[in-house]
Design a protein around this ligand. Structure first.
Ligand SMILES: Nc1ncnc2c1ncn2[C@@H]1O[C@H](COP(=O)(O)OP(=O)(O)OP(=O)(O)O)[C@@H](O)[C@H]1O
Ligand SMILES: [Mg+2]
Length: 228
């Protein structure tokens, strides 16, 4: 799987002023690597991730996942594409408070109609993922009964339930202490052996896990030589 970003520009218009956030940005991402993009607050990191997830439309340029140009998809096709290809992890976990761990992880496959909540096959998938994120014994817990690091690992399990090609993570360690943050990063590193993982962050601790890392500055990406 290859993601090609070609000459992308993204502007926001606010109170008649045009704000250029991404300018002629090009990069290629591929499976089997963990990418880290750093950049100061307001540099456009979240905006860029949203463009990759087709949550933002680019103004100029092109983003393609293998042969699929996402700007050319209609709304229905975009939802399907996002559901099948992309797993998203946020700083604030975004778990639903009134659902337990099992239900939170299972939810994407219930919403898209593939399974009922009680299906044995779904249970097996969720149990396997909870084992993978080392939370096999927390399936009945509700988010408020879990630590921040645990909630984030559950959010990662949820992002994986559709077996996506790409994991996009926006400040995944932003609300977690350093030790737990390393557990999250090791987990994302493990996932990147098979998938493409893209992390945007302020957290310098993330850099040591990167196969490639970039600074988003003045709307485009500068590549750094890896410290590994
Ligand atoms: N919907 C929007 N309308 C207008 N301006 C926006 C919108 N979304 C983002 N911006 C502006 O675009 C710029 C980039 O925002 P973005 O959220 O991508 O930054 P960021 O690099 O993720 O910052 P942080 O590290 O603080 O999360 C900011 O100056 C922001 O104010
Ligand atoms: Mg951001």
């Amino acid at each position: 799987m290859k993601i090609k970003v070609e000459n992308v520009s993204k502007n926001f218009i606010k109170d008649k002023e045009q704000l250029e956030v991404l300018k002629d940005l090009s990069i290629t991402f591929e499976s089997g690597k963990l990418y880290v993009i750093v950049g100061k607050s307001g540099a456009g990191k979240s905006t860029f991730l949203k463009c990759l997830a087709a949550l933002n439309k680019v103004d100029v340029g092109n983003i393609s996942f293998d042969d699929v140009e996402i700007n050319k998809l209609n709304d229905k096709e975009i939802s399907k594409f996002r559901n099948e290809k992309i797993g998203i992890v946020f700083q604030e976990y975004n778990l639903l408070e009134f659902l337990n761990t099992y239900e939170n992880v299972a939810l994407p496959l219930v919403i898209n109609g593939k399974y009922n909540l009680e299906d044995d096959e779904l249970k097996k998938k969720v149990d396997d993922l909870l084992e993978f994120v080392d939370l096999g014994d927390r399936s009945k817990h509700y988010p408020k009964e879990l630590s921040g690091g645990e909630q984030q690992r559950i959010a990662i399990a949820r992002a994986l339930i559709n077996d996506p090609d790409v994991i996009l993570a926006d400040e995944p360690t932003g609300s977690i202490d350093k030790e737990n943050s390393n557990n999250i990063l090791k987990l994302l590193k493990k996932i990147s052996k098979e998938k493409c993982v893209i992390i945007v962050t302020h957290d310098d601790n993330v850099l040591k896990y990167a196969d490639e890392f970039y600074n988003l500055k003045s709307g485009s990406l500068e590549k750094y030589e890896s410290k590994n």
